[in-house]
Write a protein that binds this ligand. Structure first.
Ligand SMILES: O=C(O)c1cccc(O)c1O
Ligand SMILES: [Fe+2]
Length: 286
């Protein structure tokens, strides 16, 4: 069993780093920490970065989890290799590029590239954005799955992953007390389906709704409230068609974990929004 602590970063390819930088800082409210001709690092909390763009194919998308115990990296690699999961150790240069001491990568059954990082770098500085979106940090990702039942079995059997709730066959998965760090949504393709940042309160959601409308950013879902995590939300479209979400309150599941029963919600709009907002997001439709 591979034990991970939390989701750590997302890495996205883009052909236009300048556009990604403008959007990430001026619109989302992330802080630029480093920029070169082919790299852009953005932070949302005390870590070196939680989102990185590299000059390359926008279809290349990666998410990383931090190992609970850095010393288990070799064992994690061995476990996945023995299970015939496509995987490999990261090189020193690749680790330096990710601002971690060491990492490995593997492909989930859909073909999504996942990285497991050991001793990721802290920033030594607070998150200090140019736009106050109320961001508390990187929350979770929605990951495309060509077979959510198969991919759920992969995550449950290899990792310390727990199901918090299902919407249809799609599980919202947690590796710590927060309601979910990853959700698997049925899709015909691989890749990241959305990237969530947690914001402090519902006022941040509604401020964002006015702000994004004024900036002519396409809102694709919300404002609304998820019956699953209880979070108020807003989804909007970013560079290369990536969907970003702000939400508050990823409900925490603590104490006697055996007392928490994952809940099954039907694949229906009311399972995504309890207020009646309708998603313009392919993977959230029946
Ligand atoms: O927060 C949630 O519960 C949630 C539910 C459906 C889809 C999402 O993106 C979510 O974040
Ligand atoms: Fe989400």
């Amino acid at each position: 069993m591979i034990e991970v602590r939390d989701i750590h970063y997302a890495r996205l390819g883009t052909r236009d780093l300048d556009a990604a930088e403008r959007y990430a800082t001026d619109i989302i409210g992330l802080q630029k920490v480093e920029r070169s001709s082919d790299r852009l690092y953005l932070k949302s909390d005390s870590r070196h970065h939680t989102l990185a763009y590299f000059l390359g194919d926008p279809a290349e998308q990666v998410i990383a989890f931090e190992l609970k115990d850095w010393s288990t990296l070799g064992a994690a690699h061995e476990q996945l290799r023995a299970a015939d999961v496509p995987c490999g150790m990261g090189s020193e240069a690749e680790a330096a590029d990710r601002h971690v001491e060491a990492f490995m990568w593997f492909l989930d059954p859909t073909g999504n590239r996942i990285e497991l990082v050991a001793r990721p770098h802290e920033a030594g500085r607070r998150y200090f954005p140019t736009r106050d979106a109320g961001i508390l940090g990187f929350g979770h990702v929605g990951l495309c799955s060509t077979d959510p039942v198969r991919d759920q079995a992969f995550w449950l059997s290899n990792f310390n992953t727990l199901v918090s709730d299902w919407i249809g066959p799609c599980p919202l998965l947690r590796v710590n007390a927060r309601h979910h760090q990853m959700a698997l949504f049925a899709a015909k393709r691989k890749g990241i389906q959305h990237i969530n940042h947690q914001v402090a309160e519902i006022d941040d959601i509604m401020r964002a709704w006015y702000f994004l409308n004024e900036k002519k950013i396409r809102i694709v879902f919300g404002p609304g409230r998820h019956p699953t995590s209880g979070g108020n939300f807003l989804y909007f479209e970013g560079p290369d068609g990536m969907i970003f979400e702000y939400s508050n309150s990823d409900r925490t599941i603590i104490g006697d974990l055996s007392a928490y029963k994952p809940r099954q919600f039907p694949l229906h709009p009311t399972s995504f929004c309890m207020w009646g907002s309708k998603p313009d997001i392919a993977e959230f439709k029946e």
